[in-house]
Design a protein around this ligand. Structure first.
Ligand code: BGC
Length: 450
């Protein structure tokens, strides 16, 4: 189990820091097709940009009131991260996602769960890209936990690595590796180019997976379930490719889900800088999802690596630090208003689908930052989902192994911490059916949980 977590730590560190730290400026692909862009959740490219001289295309104003009403209902949310977005539900130590956890989190006052799902691993690699029916059943089972608690769920496509890391590298040796090996061998995704040869296949696979999800989940109440197309497009999914993906999947999803609220993250990394390049469908039932982790050196300190022994990076809550957050959120709102004119007074709705601070950060500092981000988001009527609930590579509010909560950060989210304690999980009924010979062999060969 521990190794599972550490692998993920190392892997994410490589992505977030080893590579993201090389990033400068903003944007997507340069004239050579090299993908360039800011760090995860970086808002800097957006800040103040609404006053830039860049022409804003004239588009027909849309009535977003339906999505605004839904965004209001989303309210306070939490990511059930590193369960279904892991390589298997239990692979990274946060899963399995338990009914008792959902009951507990709902009682605490969380209204929404963002459920990141790695359909990539569950769908076949070749056409018709069928999703494993047992995976779909398990996701459905989990949705029932939330439904029973009257929580809403924003379900997405997360860590779609076969597309994100399908790149042509300047270091030739990287091109002969699997995408998993590339991530683990320091291949520089930043200097790589989109793999144009596979673009159509990758897009078709996403279309097909979404067609299946749309069919399978169409009967869930629109007031309960939202679909989020794709988490944090970056690297192999350029801004143009992401917009193409939006264009192609939109009619596919709408064919079976005419009334569902659709959520769109931004390129790259879900950052606010991507609002200006986002091509939303002409539809009033959509919400923009922005990930906010500013300043990154504070929120991600020690993330996916052991906590440093030297002084932690502190966020004091000084006027200048607060002003930066205020201006980032104002720029987000201004950019969204400029890019997506609306007939309703609130404009296109925005949710902060991820924000959070690593557990290496000093706790009072962390609590101050969380409280100020929440306050600022709410002052713009933005809903939010904290990253994340449990044992999630350093961002957890709840340590499921020790049964303890980080109470100051929880309180900073506006949640009453009185009586918070371990979540008791009832022992599961043993399986009643005898496994067939093949089933037991398969389980052995896959080695179950690491
Ligand atoms: C990723 C996580 C990561 C978190 C914070 C999420 O989008 O899926 O692996 O821990 O962001 O960076």
């Amino acid at each position: 189990m521990y190794f599972g977590i550490m692998n993920k730590h190392i892997l994410y560190f490589t992505i977030s820091f080893g590579i993201a730290s090389l990033l400068t400026g903003c944007g997507d692909s340069d004239s050579d097709g090299n993908i360039v862009g800011p760090q995860k959740g970086d808002s800097s490219s957006s800040a103040g940009s609404s006053s830039s001289a860049e022409p804003v295309p004239v588009v027909k104003p849309i009535d977003y009131s339906k999505a605004v009403a839904m965004n209001k209902k989303l309210g306070k949310g939490i990511n059930f991260g590193n369960t279904f977005d892991a390589t298997c539900e239990t692979c990274w130590g946060a899963g399995p996602l338990e009914k008792e956890q959902v009951d507990y989190v709902a009682k605490m006052g969380f209204q929404t769960a963002r459920l990141p799902v790695r359909w990539d691993e569950a769908a076949s690699k070749e056409a018709p890209y069928t999703i494993d029916p047992s995976y779909i059943s398990r996701v459905k089972e989990v949705l029932e936990y939330f439904k029973a608690n009257k929580m809403r769920v924003m379900m997405n496509m997360h860590h779609h690595d076969s597309f994100l890391y399908d790149l042509v590298y300047s270091d030739e040796s990287c091109n002969n590796m699997s995408y998993k090996q590339r991530k683990n061998n320091g291949c520089n995704h930043q200097k790589a180019k989109e793999n144009k040869d596979n673009l159509e296949k990758n897009l078709t696979r996403v279309d097909s997976i979404w067609a299946q999800i749309s069919r399978e989940f169409k009967d869930y109440d629109n007031d309960f379930l939202l679909f989020e197309l794709f988490n944090e497009p970056v690297y192999g999914v350029s801004s143009a490719t992401y917009n193409e993906m939006i264009k192609r999947t939109y009619p596919i999803i709408r064919a079976t889900n005419p009334g569902r609220t659709l959520v769109y993250n931004t390129y790259p990394w879900g950052g606010a800088g991507g609002i200006r390049s986002l091509a939303l469908p002409e539809d009033g039932n959509v919400i923009i999802d922005i990930h906010y982790y500013e300043p990154q050196k504070f929120t991600h300190q020690g993330h996916n690596s052991p906590c440093k022994t030297e002084e932690p990076v502190i966020w004091e809550g000084a006027r200048s630090e607060k002003d930066k957050i205020v201006s980032d959120f104002q720029a987000m709102r201004d950019d969204a208003n400029a890019k997506f004119p609306a007939t309703n007074p609130e404009g296109v709705p925005i949710t902060i689908g991820e924000f959070g601070v690593s557990t290496c950060a000093n706790v009072p500092s962390k609590a101050k930052w969380i409280q100020f981000v929440v306050e600022t988001a709410e002052s713009h009527n933005m809903s939010w989902q904290y990253w994340a609930f449990t044992s999630v590579g350093g961002f957890e509010l709840y340590d499921k192994y020790s049964g303890t909560w980080e109470t100051a950060p929880v309180a900073a989210l506006g949640i009453d911490t009185t009586g918070l304690g371990p979540i008791e999980i009832a022992p599961k009924e043993p399986e009643t059916t005898e496994p067939t010979e093949t089933e037991s062999k398969d389980t052995d060969s896959e080695g179950a949980n690491p």
